[in-house]
Design a protein around this ligand. Structure first.
Ligand code: PMP
Ligand code: GLU
Length: 397
């Protein structure tokens, strides 16, 4: 008899990972699937970073690392925040974890108590709401629209705050919409947070380097709330290092210390070799970051051109990340060959089985009727995928 905890039974599996898996399984059966589901750069990790890892394997990096990360890596992260974000931190404000997802989980578990509310703007990345559930917090989801570029307003934030509010989760550039908050928009949200001293901001900035609208703006730049901000970042996206599993956070010392205690009991320090490689990523030649960003911008325009030419589709122009998030709700309720598309999940399964393209349904991100398309794929594959998408959608009536 299965005797799983109520905690795990209340948890939904990650839809991004599930759709990626479905795409892989079909591919393993010999079907030519183009995978636009999981969000990860298609590029290989840059040479100089791989070289640093090879050197580390031959060097003295074979033992348990300090739980918070190697001191020189913490220093490199402090310097990164100064150089790129003009933010002052000390190494004691930084902790390295097994990917940004792990950094987020640490923060949730150390900050959120049972019944406390976390404000999560939708569309949201799938893992936020599930991690809040693991922490026994309560998700307070704020809906946004394509017309608002999927961004919350200061009034919406103010109206959502209650005596139980503990944190706001903010993701910019956003997964899944690609929206980027401007400095002025962040200043207005920071002004609301400043009025409520018990509220923290968990700022997920993992897509910082994939920004097409100018320099990255962090909400932690506003002095009046800086000591209540926790920045989540990592090397996965900007340096094409998703498999290496290195993320980091910056925040108040007391929270970092608590996260260190938790991580010390749950995983210990992150992988030694991956940390040495991440040190090279953060301190070495940065031209790879710009080259990959430029390729993503070209692909964004390629894919937007196609998506916007499809009848009945509404799609915002993303300012960053590598996703487009079109509203395909006009196709829901349609049929083909006796197959009725009742939900966005049905649509994604149809696109996978018939169109041979893997995407992720918007409902997984709190936005029914939309579909997330990752354009972190070759230009050639994207062209092919867009022809398949158009053909599959046109067949529905
Ligand atoms: N936050 C967002 C918004 C993401 O899209 C991802 C991608 N997985 C993560 C965090 C986690 O990144 P990592 O691979 O470093 O765990
Ligand atoms: N962040 C990526 C995505 O949204 C990777 C998968 C995951 O970690 O959920 O697809």
């Amino acid at each position: 008899m299965e005797q799983l905890s109520a905690r795990i039974n209340s948890l939904s599996p990650s839809a991004t990972i599930a759709m990626n898996q479905k795409g892989r399984e079909l591919k393993d059966k010999g079907v030519d699937v183009i995978n636009l589901s999981v969000g990860e750069p298609d590029f290989m990790t840059p040479e100089h970073i791989k070289e640093a890892a090879k050197k580390a394997i031959d060097g003295p990096w074979h033992h348990y690392a300090p739980v918070a990360g190697y001191p020189d890596l913490l220093k490199a992260i402090v310097e990164k925040f100064k150089r790129e974000n003009n933010l002052d931190y000390k190494p004691s404000n930084i902790m390295v974890s097994v990917g940004a997802k792990h950094s987020l989980a640490n923060v949730m578990l150390c900050l959120i108590d049972k019944g406390e509310e976390v404000i999560v703007p939708a569309p949201y990345w799938v893992s936020y709401v599930e991690q809040v559930k693991i922490a026994e917090g309560v998700n307070v989801v704020l809906d946004t629209t394509v017309e608002d570029e999927f961004k919350i307003s200061p009034q919406q934030l103010e109206d959502a705050i209650t005596p139980k509010t503990k944190a706001l989760l903010l993701c910019s550039p956003s997964n899944p919409t690609g929206s980027v908050y401007t400095r002025e928009e962040l200043a207005a949200l920071a002004a609301v947070i400043a009025k409520h001293p018990g509220i923290y901001v968990i700022a997920d900035e993992i897509y910082e380097h994939i920004n097409f609208v100018g320099g990255h703006e962090s909400i932690a730049q506003f002095e009046e709330i800086k000591d209540r901000c926790v920045i989540i970042n990592g090397v996965s996206k900007g340096y094409a290092m998703t498999g290496w599993r290195i993320g980091y956070m910056a925040g108040p010392e007391w929270l970092i210390k608590a996260c260190g205690k938790l991580q010390g009991q749950m995983t210990s320090g992150a992988c030694s070799i991956a940390m040495r490689a991440s040190l090279e990523a953060l301190t070495g030649d940065q031209s790879c970051v710009k080259e990959m960003r430029d390729a993503f911008l070209r692909r964004r325009d390629l894919i937007l051109g196609h998506v916007n030419s499809i009848e009945g589709v509404k799609c915002a122009t993303p300012g960053g990340a590598f996703y487009v998030f079109p509203d395909l709700s006009t196709y829901i309720g349609k049929s083909v060959d006796g197959r009725k598309i009742e939900t966005d999940m049905d649509l994604c399964i149809y696109l996978l089985e018939v169109g041979h393209i893997a995407t992720v349904p918007g409902s997984a991100f709190g936005a029914d009727g939309c579909v997330r398309i990752s354009y972190a794929n070759s230009d050639e594959n994207l062209e092919k995928a867009m022809q398949r998408l158009k053909k599959a959608l046109a067949a529905l009536s």
